[in-house]
Design a protein around this ligand. Structure first.
Ligand code: NAP
Length: 336
């Protein structure tokens, strides 16, 4: 079968195509014929670290969906032909997060990902694809969709009357925007591009701010909301956005701390949290249980993920380059 591997050897490129043998499912495992995979910002960070020996030979990408193709012994819940998507953390099925789940993130330091024709995973690490979605659409859900869902809905309890602020128009941001619209919450979108802001309006964004033209977008948020601020902020930027996030927050508001788009290790002045009785919710993607709950919601509200561009398997390096350009609106997908 064909797959991509990360490559730590100089000269050959960081992403190499490989022909490897088809994996066989063992007890409790299922083999999936992957039909589509999607890219996340995380995959750029991992590609940048591909020179590290622990990543050598690793199959990249956490997100993929396809069809059950073979079943190992002791699997009751799946049949050949079922349409499934893989959950980001192979081992986080239900209950609260444990740091021991980290090595089981697909396409990370210690576990192969979804950019291969066939993938074997435990039966417990899969969810059914919502009936109204194609495999291509379902491949966008595991990281960006579940992160926005877990942060905003499961933990953040966003609902009617709330006001969400999303940063940019990438994968996590647009899922957040779509969830807000379906829940009856209003949304503020900040973006580098007026054209993207116009598209965000069609998805439910009602306060639209170009952060290039208006670098002090926190002041613009406060002005546009009559000083009230946002009840929920998807904090995607990190050090370059965190202080403005805090200054955009409503009394009793919630920061959903997710992103590192401007780097790691924000050192914000947290004094305002106390005076505004506000909360920070830290999120690392989510569990199979979160994924399943999100899929019910997507089905009930007939939500289709926003797919920006689709690449063929031979063009995977171009897909990475497109994501890195930041010109995308929503998700970048590879079909197998
Ligand atoms: N904690 C977790 O579990 C978790 C899970 C998923 C993602 N993440 C993180 O969340 C972030 C978003 O991930 P993603 O996959 O959705 O990324 P993405 O699809 O690559 O989105 C990138 C977009 O973010 C916007 N952006 C970039 N810099 C910005 C800034 N300084 N201020 C505001 N917007 C900015 C740009 O949109 P415009 O062109 O519209 O400005 C850019 O196109 C990343 O840092 C990622 O690592 C974390």
């Amino acid at each position: 079968m064909k797959a991509y591997h990360l490559n730590s050897h100089a000269g050959a490129g960081r992403l190499v195509r490989a022909d490897v043998s088809k994996p066989e499912p063992a007890d409790g495992e299922v083999r999936i014929r992957v039909e589509a995979a999607s890219l996340n910002y995380r995959d750029l960070l991992i590609l940048d670290r591909a020179g590290e020996s622990e990543l050598n030979g690793r199959v990249p990408l956490s997100d993929g969906a396809g069809i059950v193709d073979a079943i190992g012994p002791d699997v009751g819940q799946w049949q050949v032909g079922d349409r499934v998507a893989a959950s980001f953390f192979r081992d986080w099925v239900t209950g609260p997060f444990k740091s021991s789940y980290v090595p089981s993130s697909l396409g990370g330091n210690a576990t192969d990902g979804m950019l291969a024709e066939y993938v074997v995973l435990p039966a417990t690490a899969l969810v059914p694809v919502p009936p109204h979605l194609s495999s291509l659409e379902a491949a966008t859900l595991p990281c960006a969709g579940v992160t926005a869902w877990h942060g905003l809905v499961t933990r953040g309890a966003m609902g009617k009357g709330d006001l969400l602020l999303v940063q940019g128009t990438g994968g996590v941001a647009l899922f957040g925007l779509q969830f807000a619209a379906a829940l009856g919450a209003r949304a503020i979108v900040i973006s580098s591009s007026d054209e993207k802001l116009a598209r965000a309006r069609t998805l439910g964004g009602s306060i639209l701010i170009n952060y290039r033209d208006t670098p002090d977008w926190d002041a613009a948020v406060m002005k546009a909301t009559g000083g009230a601020g946002a009840s929920h902020v998807l904090e995607l930027g990190g050090p370059g956005t965190y202080d403005r996030t805090l200054r955009s927050l409503a009394s009793g508001g919630k920061i959903i701390q997710i992103g590192v788009l401007t780097g790691f290790g924000p050192k914000p002045d947290l004094a305002r949290l106390q005076w505004e009785n506000a909360d920070i919710i830290g999120v690392t993607v989510g569990s199979v249980e979160h994924f399943t709950a999100m899929n019910r919601f997507l089905t009930d509200h007939a939500i289709h993920p926003i797919v920006d561009r689709i690449y063929g398997f031979e063009d995977v390096p171009k897909a990475y380059a497109h994501l890195r350009s930041g010109s995308h609106f929503g998700k970048v997908v590879v079909t197998l």
